[in-house]
Ligand binder design. Structure first.
Ligand code: KG4
Ligand code: ZN
Length: 354
């Protein structure tokens, strides 16, 4: 059924073919596998590594070892949940980058070996592109954006505003000059003594607090770029100053501090999004990446529909943080366009979208 072309397997095109993609994600600290039937997710298994909690951040070597332990059972479970035989798979898609090299190597090597063993094509996927294209997963309910649209990718490693012209034609309009927004959440949480990853906890407490109780300065950054390191420093100095006066300051004000931090971060993000809409004239706006699970940004985006007349696209919770389903949808579209990788493909820790 397949022929070999400079070590790239290219399947013969069959009209109205049902495409089954097995997708693998291992860029950071989540080992995930998913099976997609065309643009629908039929299974999506995520094993989150708990070991990093005690270290206050992801320890690359431990992440890599945990991926090695998890990958076989996670892929096995994804196939079981999908209730399909490996022999039915059309291709294997995997995260090539960006991410931690030791983590990426596990998924990359596994995907290459499995594709070779099953004699099916291999598809390499850019993780950040996948956070954006997750909006094309069909679930019978969610609206799907049309091109062109703006996507703000907000995760633990990235903060970008991207103009999405087509599935594989994207332009970065702006990005962070230092910390990513997820890091801003996590580092603020650490200052407050919360465990890693602190973003979801800041969100939880923020919902109980007064967002206007404390004021933090917003950075002045040109164009559509971001900066979050100054905010982190000002939060640190503020907490140090207040706890000197009152050692119980954090416990007595936790909800208000979290609400005020979250309010400042969401304002920074929304200011840049408004600027991007104004500059491009594009009013279709999507978000993606772990921080898009945040209640503040989700509400701000929903409100922007009425307030500014935007059409907004907010991922379902299971597709916000790292997952293989989003790798699978990219795999599906690459399969349709016959964009396959060779067995020479290697993991790429820095991998810019284009
Ligand atoms: O996309 P992701 O799972 O991994 C990367 O590619 O980085 O994003 C993880 C980031 C972490 O910084 C985490 O704290 C943040 O997403 N995050 C949140 C929330 N849920 C996850 N930040 C704020 N509020 C949340 N609800
Ligand atoms: Zn991610």
């Amino acid at each position: 059924m397949f022929y070999l072309c400079t070590s790239i397997f290219i399947p013969k095109r069959v009209e109205n073919e049902t495409i089954y993609i097995l997708a693998i994600e291992s860029s950071c600290d989540d080992t995930s596998a998913a099976v997609l039937c065309n643009d629908k997710v039929i299974s999506n298994v995520v094993a989150t590594q708990k070991i990093h909690e005690e270290y206050g951040g992801v320890v690359p070597e431990l992440a890599s070892r945990a991926h090695q332990q998890n990958i076989v059972p996670v892929v096995h479970q994804a196939l079981l949940n999908a209730n399909i035989d490996k022999k039915l798979l059309s291709a294997i898609a995997f995260t090539r980058g960006p991410g931690l090299m030791g983590s990426l190597l596990v998924g990359t090597s596994f995907a290459k070996s499995l594709a070779l063993g099953l004699n099916i094509p291999l598809i390499e996927v850019n993780h950040m592109q996948a956070h954006i294209l997750a909006h094309f997963i069909s679930d019978g309910q969610s609206r799907i954006p049309s091109f062109p649209f703006l996507a703000m990718t907000i995760s633990g490693g990235h903060t970008q505003i991207v103009k999405v012209n087509d599935y594989f034609d994207m332009e970065i309009l702006g990005e962070t000059l230092d910390d990513a927004v997820g890091e801003a959440f996590d580092k603020s949480a650490k200052i407050l003594g919360l465990p890693y990853p602190g973003g979801p906890l800041v969100d939880k407490y923020a919902q109980l607090g007064n967002p206007k109780k404390f004021t933090f300065p917003k950075p002045k950054v040109d164009g559509l770029n971001f900066s979050f390191s100054g905010l982190k420093t000002s939060i640190l100095y503020f907490i140090q100053k207040e706890t000197k006066k009152n050692p119980n300051f954090i416990t007595e004000n936790r909800n208000d501090i979290c609400a005020s931090i979250q309010f400042t971060i969401i304002n920074i993000l929304m200011d840049k999004l408004k600027k991007a809409v104004k500059e491009t004239g594009i009013k279709q706006v999507a978000i993606g990446g772990g921080v898009s699970a945040n209640s503040g940004i989700r509400n701000a985006l929903k409100n922007a529909e009425k307030k500014y007349g935007w059409s907004t696209y907010i991922p379902k919770f299971e597709y916000c943080t790292d997952n293989a389903a989003m790798i699978g949808i990219v795999g599906h579209h690459k399969y349709q366009q016959q964009l396959f990788a060779s067995q020479d493909v290697t993991a790429k820790a820095r991998y810019i979208i284009e």
